[in-house]
Structures are given as C-alpha cells and as structure tokens.
Design a protein around this ligand. Structure first.
Ligand SMILES: Cc1cc2nc3c(=O)[nH]c(=O)nc-3n(C[C@H](O)[C@H](O)[C@H](O)COP(=O)(O)OP(=O)(O)OC[C@H]3O[C@@H](n4cnc5c(N)ncnc54)[C@H](O)[C@@H]3O)c2cc1C
Length: 235
C-alpha cells in the first residue's frame, strides 16, 4: 500500500480562522483573511485547537485534503467509499485491462503456507478463466475490448489491487479517522487511515493531534471491546 498527499487547501490555518471568525464578526471573511499578517501564529494555532475541542467544526469543512492511495484492494475501497462526504476517482476496471491484475494477500493468509497456496491458486484460476472467456468473447465483432472488460469484472476478486484519489475535508477526515482507526475496523482500511493521518498532521497538527479512534474523544469504547488495548476504560 502506498499513500501520498497530493494537495491540500492553500493556507489552511488562515482559511479555518477566517471562517470561524466570520461567525462572530461584522467584517467579511475576506478582510479577516487578508489582515492576518498581523496575527500571532501561536494564537492562531491555539484558536484552531480550541475550535476542535469545543466541537465548532464547520470552519474545518473549508479545508480539503487530496490523497492518492495505491496497492489497496477493492475490499478496502468498498468500505472507503461508504464515507459519503468525500470525492473519489478510482481506476476503472473497464478502461484499464485487468488481464494480469495485482492482488492483496491478507497477512493471516500469507502467514499460513497452506492457506496462501490455496489463495494464490484460486486467484490464478480466476485469471485463467478471465483470459479464456476473453478469447471466446473476442470472436463476437459486436464486443470491443471495453465491453469485454466490463463483463469480465464480474469474475474479478475483491483482492484486486486498485488505485484511488480521495478528497475529504478536515471535518470528515476527523470522522473517518474516528471510525477507521478503531481496532474493530477491518485491518486494511485501518492501515489506510493510519497512513493518511500523519500526512494530514504534518499540515494541521493543531487539528489532527486530536484525531484518533472514537474512544479517544468519547473516553469510553462504544463497542465495549474488553480485549482492546486502546479502550480508555481498560487503561
Ligand atoms: C467497524 C465498522 C463496521 C462496519 N460494518 C458495517 C456492516 O456490517 N454493514 C454496513 O453496511 N456497513 C458497515 N460499516 C459502515 C458504516 O455503517 C458506515 O456506512 C460507514 O462507516 C460510513 O460512515 P458514516 O455513516 O458515519 O457516514 P459518512 O458517509 O462518513 O458521513 C459522515 C457523517 O455525515 C452524516 N451523514 C452522511 N450522510 C447522511 C445521511 N444520508 N443521513 C444522515 N446523516 C448523514 C452522518 O452524521 C455521518 O456520520 C461499518 C463501519 C465500521 C467503522
């Protein structure tokens, strides 16, 4: 899995500050934004972390983060795209040939030789069948490559690797991390979110230092996970 930060909103702290101050100010956000040279950076940082602690989160929605994630499975992206307050652009299995697709082997499978052999055998079987069916369908002049690809997708396993661009605003990222850094979340999406967090933290530590699984903010585990080392009630 590779996760990179492609871009984020220019001057994120200034944008959050101007939006938050707009709520209580007679002057425009533009004036607040452009007058900020005079603003003490330390005060700005404190102001932003105070906003997050108070739960005044709408100003965070004006700052976006765009990531590129590759080498993750369709299992992972299926869960990811359930987060609706976001934008996604995902590699197509119709326009990009999946004839020799790469795939993710879960750690538990990899650690067991017999399980791994069976897993790889099953994937190779599907690959072989896809090739065979492609050869058969190619004989039909009405079916071009894309039409064949789109039907062969029905046979592709969820282990298939994919590439996706993700844009989330800062508030939604906090929510995403709270759900997916939880040890109850599935391991691959947890790894994805664990890789996304430090990249966001580098840009906005005053916000993302407060990010973490939902128990961090709640002070208790809503899943009642007695076996979880992060459960605040177990510490
Ligand atoms: C550990 C775990 C297990 C899960 N298991 C399952 C499962 O078994 N089956 C399953 O189907 N899903 C499962 N999910 C997915 C889960 O139900 C959510 O769909 C997913 O986490 C997206 O998060 P979200 O619903 O908070 O909303 P997001 O789409 O991330 O939106 C953020 C917030 O915006 C608000 N919001 C967004 N859209 C609406 C709306 N239409 N109406 C009202 N408020 C809205 C909500 O407050 C929401 O929390 C699981 C998730 C986790 C973390």
């Amino acid at each position: 899995m590779e996760v990179k930060l492609l871009s984020y909103t220019l001057n994120p702290k200034k944008v959050i500050y101007s939006a938050a101050r707009q709520c209580y100010s007679k002057i425009s956000a533009y004036k607040i934004y452009t007058n900020q040279e005079k603003l003490d950076l330390e005060k700005l940082k404190k102001f932003i972390s105070h906003l997050v602690k108070r739960g005044h989160l709408s100003p965070l929605e004006h700052v976006n983060f765009t990531y590129s994630a590759t080498g993750i499975s369709r299992v992972c992206t299926h869960q990811l795209v359930r987060h609706r307050i976001a934008s996604y652009s995902q590699q197509s299995q119709r326009y990009v040939s999946m004839d020799d697709f790469q795939y993710v082997v879960p750690k538990a499978v990899k650690e067991n030789k017999e399980a791994e052999e069976n897993f790889i055998e099953a994937v190779n079987y599907l690959k072989g069948k896809c090739r065979q069916i492609r050869e058969i369908l190619k004989k039909n002049p009405q079916l071009d490559k894309e039409k064949i690809n789109q039907d062969l997708r029905f046979l592709l396993p969820q282990a298939c690797q994919t590439k996706i661009v993700i844009t989330m605003n800062t508030r939604q990222l906090l929510h995403f991390f709270s759900e997916r850094l939880c040890l109850r979340a599935q391991w691959e999406i947890r790894e994805l979110s664990a890789r996304m967090l430090p990249l966001a933290k580098e840009v906005l530590p005053e916000v993302f230092d407060l990010a973490g699984p939902k128990c961090k903010k709640l002070g208790f585990c809503p899943e009642s996970a007695d076996d979880c080392p992060l459960n605040p009630q177990k510490k």
